[in-house]
Design a protein around this ligand. Structure first.
Ligand SMILES: NC(=O)c1ccc[n+]([C@@H]2O[C@H](COP(=O)([O-])OP(=O)(O)OC[C@H]3O[C@@H](n4cnc5c(N)ncnc54)[C@H](O)[C@@H]3O)[C@@H](O)[C@H]2O)c1
Ligand SMILES: [Zn+2]
Ligand SMILES: [Zn+2]
Length: 337
């Protein structure tokens, strides 16, 4: 079978290897669509922390069920799967927090992933994809990240939510916060993405920090209250540090974006607001099930995020072009048919 490996930063190779061996309790899947994630782009660019090469990337996957004994699955079924392989034994797993397992192995990050024609996956991670198409199924994982963060923040219709960063993760945050009934404000420095949010996601309040004072605009939009929930989906340290001043009194600040440095904030300002700071990592089966149900009911249409599509065999030729910021990619989907 064919697979694409990131041999070292800035180098993909298209190679051949034998079909994956199914271990007991695993099923063989034929990969149909692969979503390209920021993590894949960082790994390719050599700026993903703690990353080992060579590595087969790809964790946003839609597949056809080929062979195995997974209860309820038969050959030809459309599937996706949870790519966070948790240990089931650690303190987090024992408490049902499989998303932040101590021994987490993310498929396509810590271990080889799905930029391949076939993979063999433990049955426990499989999810039914009936009623959805393969492109929708390839979008389930990034949506689950967003759904988890929104659930963690307990967003309700009483909230005014600021989403910082309008990448695929931020777009998911917007949509699930809207589904929870909240009013959403988007902030980004990318005008193309801000326009996308206004036009496609019906966001009326958007902020570009390059053009305006963020705190002032937030105050205007909220009649001086400020947002009760702030999500970071930029992964930018300065943005995160500034955002401590954007939270309403009694509000929550949720770090979905990741950066390598330390955060610094004024304790008196944090304290007087009785602010809550939380991070949000990955997602659990509950979040994946919620995303699948939301997609089936047509409440969100994330295929609108797909800006670029290409064939598996052309991936190496396309990749540098896709990730060039001038091409305004939001979501890229590789077609393995
Ligand atoms: N919590 C998790 O488990 C998890 C999972 C996946 C991704 N992430 C993280 O979520 C973040 C977002 O991921 P993505 O794929 O949407 O990334 P992305 O790069 O597509 O989007 C980030 C957005 O932030 C904007 N931005 C950057 N600097 C800014 C600034 N100074 N002010 C305002 N906007 C700014 C960019 O223009 C971009 O639109 C990343 O940090 C990623 O590592 C976290
Ligand atoms: Zn991802
Ligand atoms: Zn664990």
């Amino acid at each position: 079978m064919k697979y694409i490996v990131c041999e070292k930063p800035h180098e993909f190779l298209l190679k051949q290897k034998p079909m994956p061996q199914q271990k007991p309790g695993e099923s063989l899947l034929k990969i149909k669509k692969i979503g390209v994630c920021g993590t894949d782009i960082h790994a390719f660019g050599g700026n993903q922390p703690y990353f080992n090469y060579p590595r087969i990337l790809g964790h946003e996957l839609a597949a056809e069920y080929i062979e195995g004994k997974a209860p309820g699955f038969t050959t030809g079924d459309k599937v996706t799967f949870i790519p966070y392989f948790h240990c089931g034994k650690c303190i987090a797993c024992r408490n049902g927090l499989t998303n932040c397992c101590v021994n987490m192995q993310v498929f396509g990050v810590h271990i080889d992933g799905g930029m391949a024609e076939y993979v063999s996956i433990k049955d426990e991670f499989l999810l039914h994809g009936e009623g959805l198409d393969y492109e929708e199924l390839a979008l389930v994982e990034p949506l689950a990240i967003a759904a988890h963060a929104v659930r963690r923040a307990c967003v309700t219709k009483k909230d005014t939510v600021l989403v910082m960063g309008a990448g695929p993760i931020g777009l998911g945050l917007i949509q699930f916060a809207q589904l929870a009934g909240a009013e959403v404000i988007i902030m980004d420095i990318n005008e193309y993405r801000l326009n996308f949010c206004q036009e496609t996601l019906r966001i009326s309040h958007s902020i570009n920090p390059l053009k305006e004072e963020v705190a002032d605009s937030l105050s205007t939009f909220t009649n001086g209250d400020m947002p009760t929930v702030v999500f970071d989906a930029t992964g930018n340290q300065n943005v995160m540090n500034s955002a401590f001043n954007y939270i309403a009194h009694g509000g929550r600040f949720v770090l979905v974006g990741l950066q390598k440095g330390e955060l610094a904030f004024s304790h008196p300002d944090f304290h007087k607001r009785e602010s809550t700071l939380m991070s949000s990592r990955n997602a659990t089966k509950q979040d994946f099930d919620y995303v699948l149900q939301t997609l089936r009911s047509g409440k969100i249409e994330p295929k609108k995020y797909i800006t670029h599509r290409g064939a598996f065999n052309d991936t190496i030729d396309n990749f540098k072009n896709w990730i060039n910021p001038e091409n305004n990619a939001i979501k890229i989907i590789i077609d393995v048919d």
